[in-house]
Design a protein around this ligand. Structure first.
Ligand code: C2O
Ligand code: CU
Ligand code: CU
Length: 497
């Protein structure tokens, strides 16, 4: 793929911005977009992350093992790319567990430096959360355990070391954690892993001439897209309907995914689980960390391309362009077999609607995002930014005040978006969410309920999930306290050199 150079158009646009443009900026602007629609050959069969094997310990807990290691991955022909991975060559296996199960994950760090593993989207005790306060030293093993108790959802795991998250994720440390309720959820939903239920971990990267990952800017937007670690991927489809579990595991890129022929699909789930009902959509936008589940209906023998259109970033055309706001990227080709196994119609009801009871609200807080700070402060591991009471409901108003693209992620809870600029949320924000894209100036009112776990010493995080921003300090910490508890000193913060 090559970068489009539209010098004249670019320079003209920059001039309208008020004459910021010297020639160099104009050239930068002109070359800052990536256009790969129709240019990706789709020669590689999509890799499927293997399901992690598990055992059972004498307490009846489901035990997984993850080994973070240096590895090599064949992104393309030539020398393999040095990567980091959990038990493979890139990314990690899919963990899968049912609501009600108690899991243990032995995280073995075989890397030359400390890392952490965070369970993004999971409701769990703060000490098990895998944020910056739970570093695993090189050669060490960390074994968090918790009881899974939340609706079926597509969650994921990734490192969260203080100021190093972008690099660790970019090197390949990420994987999915699927939570199930009944085996398959409401009947009619495709649920055969790798057959009609396929995870798509979408990332962007840049490979240097010698196939190394270009690490100059992990967390910035890059021009090469991979899915499950596969470049130019195609996915053979054998059933009439296929469920795609989409995860944006990129450091900074926002995708607006649609099918190239414009056909609608059914949006069935978001970050924290299934929507109340399938919603016909022609595109779905995902900022870093967000997930969506969609069901696509295919016709025998056809090919359809999953493409990312220029996302709606909502900022000014200049900053948006450098954030990938003008990019069109081919992501994946779906290849239907000549005959397709028939699929049942989708159920009309999927899950109870995502509702937080806001009749009693303990606190309303405001969070202002402006790089590299939240509410004027940048991340300090020894400072608690907010304290919530166990069992209480709070409303968090989140607003991006600096005009750059940001998003907002909260650990421990799945929240309900109450309003966006005072209006009810669109369908894609109507279900359980843990991460939302926050375009400049728009006010998001979120309802959060803090349940089950209190810990006066160990905080949870909230932060911008654009990893470069997160690493630069756009993160804060909150404690959940039980009655009578007082904030302690953040614990578990040890330095390993
Ligand atoms: Cu996906 Cu605090 O992280
Ligand atoms: Cu998280
Ligand atoms: Cu940000």
């Amino acid at each position: 793929m090559r970068r489009r150079t539209l010098l004249k158009a670019g320079a003209g646009l920059v001039a309208t911005a008020g004459g910021v443009a010297a020639g160099g900026l104009g050239l930068l602007y002109a070359t800052a977009d990536v256009q790969t629609a129709g240019r990706i050959p789709f020669t590689n069969r999509l890799a499927l992350p293997p399901l992690a094997r598990s055992g059972r310990d004498d307490r009846g807990r489901t035990v997984f093992d993850l080994h973070a290691r240096a590895a090599r991955h064949g992104f393309r022909s030539g020398v393999p790319t040095p990567t980091w991975s959990f038990d493979g060559s890139y990314l990690g296996p899919t963990l899968r567990a049912r609501r009600g199960e108690t899991v243990v994950v032995n995280v073995h760090n075989e890397l030359p430096e400390a890392t952490t593993v965070h369970w993004h989207g999971m409701h769990l005790p703060a000490a098990m959360d895998g944020g910056p306060h739970q570093p695993v030293p090189p050669g060490g093993t960390w074994s968090p355990s918790w009881r899974i108790d939340q609706p079926a959802a597509t969650l994921w795991y990734h490192p969260h070391p203080h100021q190093q998250t972008a690099r660790h994720v970019y090197r390949g440390l990420a994987g999915l954690f699927l939570v199930d309720e009944d085996l398959c959820g409401p009947s009619g939903l495709p649920c055969r892993y790798g057959v009609d239920d396929v995870p798509l971990i979408v990332q962007d990267l840049k490979l240097a001439g010698d196939n190394r990952l270009d690490e100059n800017n992990p967390g910035k937007v890059h021009g090469t897209v991979c899915v499950n670690g596969t470049l130019a991927p195609y996915l053979p489809v054998s059933t009439e309907r296929i469920r795609l579990r989409l995860l944006n595991a990129s450091g900074g890129r926002v995708y607006r995914l649609r099918l190239s022929d414009g056909r609608p699909f059914d949006l069935i789930g978001t970050d924290g689980g299934l929507l109340a009902a399938p919603y016909p959509a022609s595109s779905v936008q995902l900022s870093p960390g967000e997930r969506a589940e969609v069901v696509v209906t295919m016709r025998p023998g056809e090919r359809a391309v999953l493409r990312s259109d220029p996302p709606e970033l909502g900022g000014n055309f200049f900053s948006d362009r450098f954030a990938g706001g003008d990019d069109t990227l081919d992501v994946l080709e779906l290849r239907a077999a000549a005959t397709l196994e028939p699929s049942p119609p989708l159920p009309r009801e999927l899950a109870p609607p995502a509702r937080v009871d806001t009749s009693v609200v303990a606190a309303t807080r405001r969070f202002e995002l402006a790089l590299p700070r939240i509410n004027g402060q940048s991340m300090d591991m020894s400072r608690i930014d907010t304290v919530a009471r166990l069992g209480s409901t709070e409303i968090w108003k989140v607003v991006n005040i600096d005009g750059q693209p940001h998003n907002f992620h909260i650990h421990d809870v799945q929240f309900q978006v109450l309003t966006v600029d005072g209006a009810p949320p669109p369908p894609e924000l109507s279900g359980w969410k843990d991460t939302i894209y926050t375009p400049p100036k728009r006010v998001f009112r979120l309802a959060l309920r803090f349940t089950d776990y209190a810990d006066p010493h160990t905080p949870y995080m909230f932060h911008c999930h654009l990893l470069r921003h997160e690493d630069r300090g756009m993160m804060g910490q909150f404690l959940v306290l039980d009655t009578g508890q007082r904030p302690g000193t953040p614990s578990g913060h040890r330095h390993h050199n």
